[in-house]
Design a protein around this ligand. Structure first.
Ligand code: 2AM
Length: 483
């Protein structure tokens, strides 16, 4: 019988898994490593894990026997089938109170399903979002655990020890019930899509509208990184702009402008549609990648479809300041949309989300880490019931100072024919959200006209009526339709 001495087991020895194990080891925890292809365990022990306290297992049975109780088994394997297979194999080997943690990029509904299925067995399930890439995993990731709340106290000391810290506070806290952790990770990834697209649009405007060269752009991003835009993505953009290829020329212009994607941004967009929340900026960011991927078609169209003849004739320094403020304002709007989606999903799924701690989890360790997330945390700490980030006094003041600049950026982009879909989406949302009246009165009338879908009068909300608009359509409303 193997001696039970490991604090936690980790299955899945790809780079993320290996680095998380090394991270846990460096914080004093004894980790037992396992992998489907078992030879990788020995390779890992003989190389990366040499000289550490890390132990290995030859089988799942061996691994389980080496774990202290309640046993904690973390999976870092491919999402979907591989997770399902391991959970099924683990279940007969575990007992009440033991904990399975899925740290992969699983879809939140899969995590919801496992939480439900495991509840009667007494084995606890956690679905945890892990962000920060390989480096984050090794030296401090952002961790977003959700699932069976009873499991949290048992894994908290490990996860809060290995995660990133922002102002000495851990970027890991309990997110909420069942799939909440993976849902929050998914929204994080969507926001990442939005942030990246916004930066790309600003770069495009600098390049094509202001005709700036790359060193100058790098300098501007460097400046911006010292202020309220201070963030990992601005920092790497500066460094990418500066980067020279082996031939001494900048590398960036040589890179083919066709974006790839793995799908997490898309899933945020799909969720937004399903929950009926206007997460427009992330949606545009996903579509912008899709449009970029049509490289051959675009090259063809560029020879046929005309653009404007307008050239920028304003003050460059002033416009750069507009761009900075436009980027900031759009970011605020995008995060506001992301938190709207979280709030709606929490309502539907009955999750008790702590929005302030979610902002803190994203404050360090992950790709969207930024100083600005500290302000979001403050907003939700001051008012946990804040309806919308845009209504927080700090952010509404910031937006009122920046909204004119956002208009300048979007207008110039349109006049010069440079696409800026995410900036434009931010502005359209802002103007829609602050509008006491939208043209949905006409929309309702149209729906009632052709489909008898009924409408409400401003004076009688909740009271749905139908008008016989044509005199021959009849007076019966289509009560079976969704209003
Ligand atoms: P492997 O080394 O045996 O391929 C990332 O791909 C991790 O997920 C690896 O540890 C890999 O194990 C594991 N993995 C991928 N597909 C799997 C599957 N179908 N079943 C079990 N593990 C899998």
């Amino acid at each position: 019988m193997a001696e039970a001495k490991a604090d936690i087991a980790l299955i899945g020895l790809a780079v993320m898994g290996q680095n998380l194990i090394l991270n846990m080891d460096s914080k004093g925890f004894v980790v037992c490593a396992f992998n489907r292809t078992v030879e990788k365990v020995d390779q890992f022990l003989a190389n990366e894990a040499k000289g550490t306290k890390i132990i290995g297992a030859k089988s799942l049975e061996d691994m389980v026997a080496k774990l202290k109780k309640p046993r904690k088994v973390m999976l870092l394997v491919k999402a979907g089938f591989a997770v399902d297979e391991f959970v099924k194999k683990l279940l007969p080997l575990l007992e009440k109170g033991d904990i399975i943690i899925d740290g992969g990029n699983s879809q939140y509904m899969d995590t919801q399903r496992w939480c439900k299925e495991l509840a009667p067995t007494g084995v606890h399930y956690i679905g945890m979002g892990v962000s920060g890439g390989e480096d984050g995993a090794r030296y401090g990731p952002s961790l977003m655990p959700g699932g069976h709340p009873a499991a949290w106290p048992h894994v908290k000391p490990i996860f809060q020890a290995i995660c990133a810290k922002a102002n000495n506070e851990p970027c890991c806290d309990w997110v909420g019930e069942d799939g909440a952790g993976h849902f929050v990770k998914m929204v994080h990834n969507g926001i990442e899509y939005g942030d990246m697209q916004l930066i790309c649009e600003v770069y495009h405007l600098m390049k094509d509208v202001l005709s700036m060269d790359q060193s100058e752009m790098a300098q501007v991003f460097d400046e911006w990184n010292k202020g309220e835009l201070d963030s990992f993505l601005i920092e790497i953009t500066r460094d990418i702009l500066k980067y020279k290829d082996t031939d001494g020329n900048f590398l960036l212009p040589k890179i083919r402008d066709a974006a790839g994607q793995k799908g997490t941004g898309k899933w945020t967009g799909i969720s937004a549609l399903e929950y009926g929340v206007p997460v427009t900026l992330i949606g545009e960011a996903v579509f912008a990648r899709c449009l970029s991927a049509l490289k051959d078609e675009r090259e063809l169209a560029s020879k046929t479809l005309p653009g404007p003849s307008t050239k920028f004739s304003g003050n460059k320094k002033e416009f750069l300041e507009h761009l900075r403020k436009a980027l900031y304002a759009s970011k605020v709007i995008s995060y506001a949309q992301g938190f709207m989606l979280l709030r709606e999903a929490a309502k539907v799924n009955k999750w008790n989300l702590n929005y302030g701690s979610i902002a803190l989890m994203w404050r360090g360790g992950c790709i969207i880490r930024s100083v600005f997330l500290g302000n979001i945390k403050d907003a939700f700490t001051k008012n946990p019931n804040l309806t919308n980030l845009l209504l927080d006094p700090y952010f509404s003041a910031q937006l009122s100072a920046a909204q004119q600049s956002l208009r300048q950026a979007v207008a110039q982009a349109a006049l010069c024919g440079t696409p800026a879909p995410a900036l434009a989406a931010a502005l359209a949302f802002y103007d829609g959200y602050r509008a006491a009246h939208l043209p949905a009165n006409l929309l309702q009338a149209q729906r009632d006209y052709f489909g008898a879908h009924t409408y409400e009068l401003l004076t009688k909300p909740g009271d749905f009526i139908h008008t016989n608009w044509t005199g021959h359509g009849g007076n019966v409303s289509a009560s079976t339709y969704n209003k």
